[in-house]
Design a binder for this molecule. Structure first.
Ligand SMILES: Nc1ncnc2c1ncn2[C@@H]1O[C@H](COP(=O)(O)OP(=O)(O)OP(=O)(O)O)[C@@H](O)[C@H]1O
Ligand SMILES: [Mg+2]
Length: 407
C-alpha cells in the first residue's frame, strides 16, 4: 500500500497520523514545504520518501513536481491523503489525476465551501441555520433580512473562528461589513443560541467505524473573544445520553447526505435549549488543537492508527471501550511577554493529579503565544474521569485555581 501524504510537518498532529500509517504497513511518500531535517525523528524514520516543495499551497507546482517524481521513480500510488483543511482540494485533484480511490473534487467541495455544504444538507431536509452566500454589501443586507438578528457573518471556508462576527442589531451591521471587506465572499447565517458540540467519525468503505462527541465549554466564538477564558473540550463517555441524542442522529444523517465513504470527519452542531439540533459545519479531517488525543483517552483508542487502517483498508479492527470523559483545558497566561510563574498548580494536582493524563504548560521563561492566533494558548492539561460532573468540576477548578503569569 503506497500512500502519498501531504504535509507531514504541519499541523503537529500529522506526526501521529504518519506513525499510524507506518504502523498499518503503508509505505509513505510525503510532500511538504518543511525541510526534512525539521520533521520529528519518528516521522522521518516512517517515510519511504520525502519531497520538499517551495510552497505546499502552490497547487500547480506541487502537482507538476509530484507527477515528475512518480514518473522518475516509477512508483504506483494507491492512496492520496491529507488531514489538513487547506490541502483537501489539492489531495482530491491528485487523486483524480492519478486515478486513485477516495474523495473527488466534486465530493470535497461540500466539505470546504460552507454554503455548498448547507445547500446539500437543506436538500436532504436537515436543519441548518438560515444562510446565504454574499459577495457585496447589498447582498449582506439582503441576507440579514432573510436570517434575522442576531446573525453571524463568517468566511465561506474559515477556520479557528477567524473573521467570524456575531451581529446583534441592524445598527451594528455596517461596522462588521467593513471588517470583512477583505473577504471576497461570506456566509450570513441565523445565529443559533445554545450549547455547541462536535460529532467526529472515522469511516471506512462507507461505514462509520468509530464516532465521538465533544462538548465545547464555552462556545468557540466566545472563547475567541474573551482572553481570560480557559476553554475546555470534553470528549463524552456516554453517547447514549438523551441530551445529545438529536445531534448524534443529525451527525449520521449528515454523513449519509454528503455520501461520505472513508476517512476522518469533524462536525460541529448546536443544541438549542428546546433540544433541537442544528448543523454548524463539517470538515473531512480530524478535529484540530490536540482533540485527537482526547478522542483516544476517552475510549482507550489509538485514532491515529485507527484512521490509517480505515484509510488504507476500509476497516477498523482495534478494540475500544468508552470508559472515560476525557477533557482538555487550554490555559492562557495573564499579562504579556514571558512566563514568570505558575500559581496554584501544586494544590490542583494534589487534589486531582491521579486523573491527569497529560500536562503541557509553557515553561517559565518561554514567550507567551499570541492568544488571538493560536487555539492551543499557553499550554494545556488533559484529564479523564468516568463521571461527567466530576470531570467538569476538575476542569473548572483548573480554570479558576491555576494561574500562569507573564511579564
Ligand atoms: N450560525 C451560527 N450561530 C451561532 N454561532 C455560530 C454560527 N456560526 C458560527 N458560530 C460560532 O462561530 C464559531 C466558528 O464558526 P465555524 O465553526 O463555522 O468556523 P470555523 O472558523 O471553521 O471554526 P473551526 O475551524 O475553529 O472549527 C463556531 O464554533 C460557533 O461558536
Ligand atoms: Mg468550527
Amino acid at each position: 500500500m503506497n500512500v502519498l501524504f501531504l504535509s507531514p510537518g504541519y499541523p503537529d498532529e500529522m506526526a501521529g497520523y504518519v506513525r499510524g500509517l507506518a504502523q498499518v504497513g503503508a509505505r509513505i511518500f510525503a510532500v511538504g514545504d518543511h525541510p526534512k531535517e525539521s520533521l520529528p525523528a519518528e516521522t522521518r524514520a516512517a517515510l519511504t520518501a520525502y519531497v520538499q516543495v517551495p510552497g505546499i499551497m502552490d497547487e500547480g507546482a506541487v502537482i507538476d513536481r509530484v507527477l515528475g517524481e512518480i514518473a522518475q521513480h516509477r512508483v504506483t500510488i494507491d492512496r492520496v491523503e491529507s488531514l489538513w483543511e487547506p490541502l483537501m482540494l489539492l489531495a482530491a485533484r491528485l487523486r483524480e489525476i492519478l486515478g486513485v480511490p477516495g474523495m473527488s473534487v466534486e465530493q470535497t467541495v461540500p466539505f470546504r465551501d460552507k454554503e455548498v455544504m448547507k445547500q446539500v444538507l437543506d436538500r436532504a431536509g436537515l436543519r441548518t441555520p438560515r444562510h446565504r452566500r454574499c459577495r457585496s454589501k447589498d447582498e449582506i443586507w439582503a441576507a440579514a433580512e432573510h436570517a434575522g438578528f442576531p446573525l453571524i457573518v463568517k468566511p465561506i471556508d474559515g477556520a479557528g473562528s477567524a473573521d467570524t462576527h456575531r451581529v446583534d442589531a441592524p445598527e451594528d451591521l455596517d461596522a462588521v461589513i467593513d471588517q470583512v471587506r477583505h473577504l471576497p465572499q461570506v456566509s450570513v447565517e441565523e445565529f443559533i443560541d445554545g450549547e455547541e458540540f462536535t460529532f467526529d467519525t472515522i469511516c471506512g468503505g462507507g461505514r462509520v467505524h468509530h464516532h465521538n462527541m465533544c462538548w465545547y465549554r464555552p462556545r468557540p466564538l466566545i472563547a475567541r473573544q474573551l482572553e481570560w477564558i480557559d476553554s475546555q473540550t470534553i470528549a463524552l463517555r456516554d453517547l447514549d445520553d438523551p441530551f445529545i441524542a438529536e445531534g448524534r442522529k443529525l451527525g449520521f444523517a449528515v454523513l449519509e447526505a454528503l455520501g461520505f465513504e472513508t476517512g476522518f470527519t469533524h462536525m460541529e452542531w448546536f443544541r438549542k435549549p428546546d433540544g433541537e439540533a442544528v448543523f454548524g459545519e463539517i470538515a473531512a479531517r480530524p478535529p484540530g488543537a490536540r482533540t485527537s488525543d482526547i478522542i483516544n483517552y476517552c475510549a482507550d483508542f489509538d485514532c491515529y492508527a485507527g484512521w490509517a487502517e480505515a484509510a488504507c483498508f476500509g476497516s477498523l479492527s482495534q478494540p475500544r471501550e468508552r470508559r472515560w470523559n476525557a477533557a482538555m483545558i487550554f490555559k492562557r497566561a495573564r499579562g504579556q511577554g514571558r512566563i514568570q510563574s505558575v500559581q496554584g498548580l501544586d494544590g490542583w494536582l494534589h487534589r486531582y493529579g491521579e486523573h491527569v493524563v497529560k500536562l503541557d504548560l509553557l515553561p517559565v521563561g518561554a514567550k507567551r503565544r499570541n492568544w488571538k492566533q493560536t487555539l492551543i494558548s499557553d499550554g494545556h492539561v488533559m484529564l479523564r474521569h468516568p463521571d461527567l460532573q466530576t470531570t467538569v468540576t476538575m476542569c473548572n477548578d483548573f480554570g479558576t485555581d491555576v494561574t500562569m503569569y507573564a511579564g
